[in-house]
Design a protein around this ligand. Sequence first.
Ligand SMILES: CC(C)(COP(=O)(O)OP(=O)(O)OC[C@H]1O[C@@H](n2cnc3c(N)ncnc32)[C@H](O)[C@@H]1OP(=O)(O)O)[C@@H](O)C(=O)NCCC(=O)NCCS
Length: 237
Amino acid sequence: MTSRLITLWDSLQSCPFPDSALRALVAGLPPDSVLALGPDQPDGSGMTAELQLDRLPANAPRHPRRRAQYGMGRHLARTALETLGVEPGDLGAHPDGGCAWPPRIVGSITHTRGVAAAWVGPDSGLRGLGIDAERHKPLSPAAQQHVLTPAEIDADDLPPALRFSAKEAIYKCLAPLGVAPLRFQDVSVGVEEGSLRFEPTPDCQWKAEMPTLAGVCLTTDAHVLTCVWARTPEPAA
Ligand SMILES: CC(C)(COP(=O)(O)OP(=O)(O)OC[C@H]1O[C@@H](n2cnc3c(N)ncnc32)[C@H](O)[C@@H]1OP(=O)(O)O)[C@@H](O)C(=O)NCCC(=O)NCCS
């Protein structure tokens, strides 16, 4: 089955991503996966009405804005899992901060001002998923030195937020698999026709993972959205 998209904004006008661009992004995702997107705060619409922030687990964040983001992420995750026909269960949190997905499911959550997203899929053929949404904001020279490789700084061909977001998505995809250390300087990120390209740097200790990684991205004037997945390697012939 093809990948599917759910948006929880009341109208297309409220969604910060153009519908056609979102559909192109989702067409590039692994088959059977479901991407659910919505506002990062309950907007009072019917789509977010069933979100009950007072029913979140005791260890959910306390700060009201962050608590609402946590709630929206879990709400979108439940919606996406139900679309897959999977019972969501508790969707608690692991000690490392990642969401505890149901058995045989891989998934990822993100939230930033204006956008929350959850992306889930069956683990057949997939070892992990990572999604990240960011708002465009200038990175200080020091932050650029930290996040971008020298090759990326020299190329200066993509918004720094896009490369930052792709590396956050890589982390969410690979860290739960025990891949470590994962460092911003390990990989240079490029984009070709909406697909992410990854080039390991000489000190990268997870070069063997690189051929299994794929990704897609979407940028608007305000936001960037990246999705990265790790495929199960084909058995050697
Ligand atoms: C964990 C991290 C990726 C979170 O990203 P963020 O941009 O701060 O926040 P986002 O809103 O996009 O994502 C938050 C969600 O990530 C998920 N998450 C948190 N820790 C995670 C982990 N260790 N593994 C997978 N997912 C994780 C959670 O679901 C969380 O949402 P929730 O608390 O509501 O459940 C970030 O804090 C981090 O550690 N970045 C380092 C990235 C890095 O070193 N990259 C180099 C690799 S090339």
